[in-house]
Design a protein around this ligand. Structure first.
Ligand SMILES: [Zn+2]
Ligand SMILES: [Zn+2]
Length: 135
């Protein structure tokens, strides 16, 4: 998939981030209720990278802990939900694809938490639909 450095940021521009080049294979749609509520949207497209590949270039995010193992990072000024970061340093950082400067670079490959999909929302694809998480 995508193979160079990629950048993104929040709606107001206070926060910018960069992801170092490398393969991105873990990318999907999350239909869980927490993502729906945090984003205010029916689904969140995300991709996962090793924490060492992700860094903020400008600004620093606010954080919200919706669960006891991860922090959801967002812009405290405009509210853009940017990153899902697990406490485990060995875990991946999940970046919300729509906050990339070019979101088309990383198309989702599966759906997770499909059991929480909103009934009126469906995407026209044949990607695997997992009722909950994959692991
Ligand atoms: Zn912002
Ligand atoms: Zn979710």
């Amino acid at each position: 998939m995508h193979d160079g450095d990629i950048e993104g940021g929040c709606l107001c521009g206070a926060i910018r981030y960069r992801i170092a080049r490398g393969r991105i294979s873990e990318t999907g749609y999350c239909h869980c209720r927490t993502c729906q509520r945090q984003s205010g949207a029916p689904v969140v497209a995300f991709f996962a990278v090793a924490p060492a590949r992700f860094r903020y270039l400008k600004g620093s995010p606010a954080g919200f802990r919706a669960s006891d193992h991860a922090t959801r990072e967002f812009c405290s000024h405009c509210g853009s939900y940017l990153v899902f970061r697990e406490d485990d340093a060995a875990a991946t950082v999940s970046v919300n694809t729509a906050t990339l400067d070019d979101p088309a670079l990383i198309p989702p490959l599966y759906h997770i938490y499909h059991e929480s999909r909103i009934g009126w929302f469906e995407t026209a694809d044949d990607l695997p639909r997992h009722a909950r998480g994959i692991d």
